[in-house]
Design a protein around this ligand. Structure first.
Ligand code: ZN
Length: 275
């Protein structure tokens, strides 16, 4: 299993469980997350959803090099966004896949009617940011660090391009232009996360926050979440992400034309060496 599901108190805790690969997100994990979020929405015992990562790190981002990398596989889709990428080629194939598993699923998870909290320790890199950002609240431990280094691949940020709204336009440029890590404290200062707590208190602080939210009426919470999300979209997030998704795929296509592959020949090792 790549994802665990358990109910603790009033919270469904969904845990990414590939700690040997810093929870690198392959498609198997993505579809398992989709199933876990669906289960949590339908689970009357779950008033709040907590998204966690097993081990020392929340998420190393999308799987670009573990033995379980599965970009060419087809998975059973519960909610259709586009056609199955494995039946296509070229830009069609890449865009079909990313529209489904990255932009489409992240948007659906962001809009589910129950409040969600990301519980972040250690690395939260690139695609890991997307998973934290789709949650309503983010609690991080002091050792957490964040970055979106995909500009090193010549790509303008991860697929769910929420950077300017999750932080602010100037900090978004800094994090993308440099690709360097920033601390939980810095993330807190730019408004990206709600709380920074000592590592040993991460779980208790997150579950405590979940319990305090769980006391509120469920429908009231759902409407409130929808209200804030609608306002965020009125601030341009949804249309901004749509337009940037096009730029993202220009970059993938450019890489595919002029280099070894759509990632500019970069794998996990090359990304690390370039940092
Ligand atoms: Zn991409």
């Amino acid at each position: 299993m790549t994802v665990r599901y358990e109910v603790r108190g009033s919270a469904a805790v969904i845990t990414m469980d590939r700690p040997e690969f810093r929870n690198a997100q392959n498609s198997k994990m993505t579809y398992a997350l989709d199933a876990a979020f669906t289960r949590a929405v339908d689970d009357p015992a779950a008033k709040v959803i907590v998204l966690a990562g097993a081990g020392d790190h929340f998420s190393a981002g999308h799987d670009i090099g573990t033995p379980g990398r599965d970009v060419d596989e087809s998975f059973e889709r519960k909610a259709i966004t586009w056609w199955d990428h494995t039946t296509r080629d070229g830009a069609d194939r890449r865009m079909s896949r990313e529209l489904e598993v990255y932009l489409g699923m992240c948007r659906r998870w962001r809009d589910i009617p129950k409040p969600s909290i990301a519980m972040v320790q250690g690395a939260c890199i690139a695609g890991g940011l997307m998973l934290a950002w789709v949650c309503d609240l983010i609690v991080a431990s002091e050792d957490a660090f964040f970055s979106d280094p995909v500009v090193k691949m010549g790509i303008p940020g991860v697929e769910y391009f929420a950077h300017p709204w999750m932080t602010n336009p100037r900090f978004a440029k800094e994090m993308l232009f440099t690709g360097t890590r920033f601390s939980a404290q810095r993330a807190y200062e730019v408004g990206m996360i709600n709380r920074v707590v000592p590592r040993p208190e991460l779980e208790s602080a997150t579950l405590e926050l979940a319990e305090s939210i769980a006391k509120m009426p469920a429908f009231g919470l759902a409407l409130t979440k929808r209200a804030v999300n609608q306002c965020e979209d009125q601030m341009g997030m949804r249309s901004g992400m749509d337009s940037v998704f096009g730029l993202h795929h220009v970059a993938h296509s450019h890489n595919a034309e002029v280099s070894a592959d759509s990632l500019g020949g970069m794998n996990a090792q090359a990304m690390k060496a370039a940092s």
